[in-house]
Design a protein. Structure first.
Lengths: 345, 345
DNA sequence: GTGAAAGCGCTAACAG
DNA sequence: CTGTTAGCGCTTTCAC
């Protein structure tokens, strides 16, 4: 591949002139410029970003480390981040932490070795004590997405507690008192906060507080399926369930299906995280939908701000999701049932 | 950040020794080694991959450019590719072509500037004439995934025609003669080949060849929805439909739903590409499922082979998908209906 | 308006 | 077994 030197020689100028026309970094005589541009075209010259990065002691790439690209949730997030970053001239280097602290550390270290200008991370359970401080120690700008930790850095995460409260209140309004919660991997704040939302409403509304109603779904479809299978096979099964992330909703639906339980007839279901097909599924799923585009945009803005030298105290931004009120909560059914009950005198 | 020089000084050795212990690239006396390792630890030294890449005139990163990360299909593919590459010490830099030749070119050029060791690309419609030759001209190893072109490079793509033939044969076996096909973006070989499969069976089985049965879905849900809405509102509507990719299946289901047409009662449906929730949906979707993990593995193997200097003629690998025979084709229903018909004497 | 030259942090001969 | 040194291809003072 041609180098700047080749271009300079062919154009009869110095490399520094070539550099300056390439980067528009100082005035160049029109004809000099065009001679250089010609030479570049003739040689199919492409600038070498690795040399450039070394000379400038900085890259235009950011690392994006998330836990499972196979989850469309992260696919959408990464896509939005990538677009946002791409339009500002940054490249994205990708990493999958597998939600495992050890692996996360490896992935992040590799990104540090690549001298990423900044890092976007969906932290695993104990990242607050390991990965995060390490990155910070190296002075690389870091913003956490999706899950937050108590670490001292910028974070852009969804609002977790309140939307779940709304969901559970809704179920309670419909008359349910025995409501199960399928919850995520231990240690993630999304798990904790969403569960807190559930617990708060259970307490506030005087619902059944049976600990057996809190099902360990480990943020995975298979685990959720097992847990639900187990919990809903019992005679005292819950009449409703709130599922705390998308993967677990799939598992929950599978389990309910295997048990022959109808939604919302036998059990009302509401969930955190929406699906592209949520309005296609019968019953249509009542779900809380995150605004991933906004989350991505905010995170990128914050990160590039830091890269550019912003020096405010760490901020925590909350993105408010929206309730997609559909049918799996059993609203319609509830209405019909009420209609059949004779009105009190 | 500490450099090798800092480490060398602290350890009282030369940079070359540091380099060699870091890379295990020549024998080093045990105690020298440990002095160096110490120094590294004390300085929290991390090797600078950009300097290293410059010195070695090669990087350990590969570019992965696909058309829409929001599609779980590509999410899964990229995830598999990333894992495969990561385990071999390569980093992935991500690009979204948006299936638009101009944008694809930009994205790929940026990767070239980064001096990626190789490129994995899901080529857009006219990539065979533009992007592909350009990359090849720069001498960067390239393997095409998902779609193939007539370009002279390695390609790993799904088998398209035969699986669709199977799908349409199945519909014909069930007695359908008026079968619609919702097809993808023009110019993609996946579109062409899958459509060819449909046409071949239509001709072979003497089915209705009405051109109005070929619906333009542009590989997108919204376009598919429109096309299906239009085609199935007519009195002579098809009794079955084969949808040629996942996004369009969603659009098709939406349209059918809006028209109040039941699957498979009013229209039998089969599709190319499976979904994680395909067995949850009612009716369960009869679909052709791709083996993305194999596709990723093969593509990476081929690419790294080229990076390492393999010099065989370009190969075209076909990954055979598997039929997930479920209910939307109407098999069960067909069986029940047949059962109701009195047997001939 | 343009060029010379000193690095950026590392690798890899080459020498000892 | 270890050190010296010449680059890798670019950016960026500093001088002219």
């Amino acid at each position: 591949m041609a180098t700047m030197d080749d271009v300079a020689r062919l154009a009869g100028v110095s490399v520094s002139t070539v550099s300056h026309v390439l980067n528009s970094t100082r005035a160049v005589a029109p004809d000099t410029r065009s001679r250089v541009e010609d030479a570049m075209a003739r040689l199919a010259y492409r600038r070498n970003d690795v040399a450039r990065s070394l000379a400038q002691r900085k890259t235009r790439t950011v690392g994006v480390a998330i836990s499972a690209l196979t989850n469309p949730y992260f696919g959408t997030l990464v896509s939005a981040v990538n677009e946002e970053l791409g339009s500002r001239g940054y490249a994205v280097i990708l990493g999958d932490t597998g939600d495992e602290p050890g692996h996360e550390a490896t992935v992040v270290e590799r990104m540090l070795d690549q001298r990423v200008a900044g890092l976007l991370l969906a932290p695993s359970a104990r990242a607050g004590e390991g990965t995060v401080p390490q990155v910070l120690a190296h002075g690389v700008p870091l913003v956490l997405v999706d899950r937050h930790t108590d670490a001292d850095c910028d974070q852009v995460v969804p609002l977790n507690r309140e939307p779940v409260e709304d969901l559970v209140h809704h179920l309670a309004d419909l008359g349910h008192t025995r409501i199960a919660a399928v919850c995520g991997m231990a240690g993630l704040d999304t798990t904790t906060e969403r569960l807190d939302g559930y617990r708060a409403v259970v307490a506030a509304r005087g619902l059944d507080e049976d600990p057996a109603l809190v099902l360990p779904g480990h943020s995975r479809a298979d685990a959720a399926e097992d847990a639900v299978l187990h919990a809903f096979a019992r005679p005292d099964r819950p009449s409703a369930v709130v599922v705390l992330n998308n993967a677990m909703t799939i598992g929950t639906l599978r389990a309910l299906d295997r048990l022959g339980l109808a939604v919302p007839g036998d059990v009302a279901l509401v969930c955190y995280d929406d699906f592209e097909w949520a309005d296609l599924f019968r019953p249509r799923l009542t779900a809380v939908r995150q605004d991933l585009t906004t989350m991505a945009r905010r995170a990128v803005r914050l990160l590039l701000g830091r890269v550019a030298g912003d020096d405010h105290p760490p901020v925590l931004e909350r993105i408010t999701p929206s309730l997609q009120h559909r049918e799996s909560c059993g609203c319609r059914q509830a209405a019909e049932r009420d209609a059949r009950v004779p009105a009190r005198p």
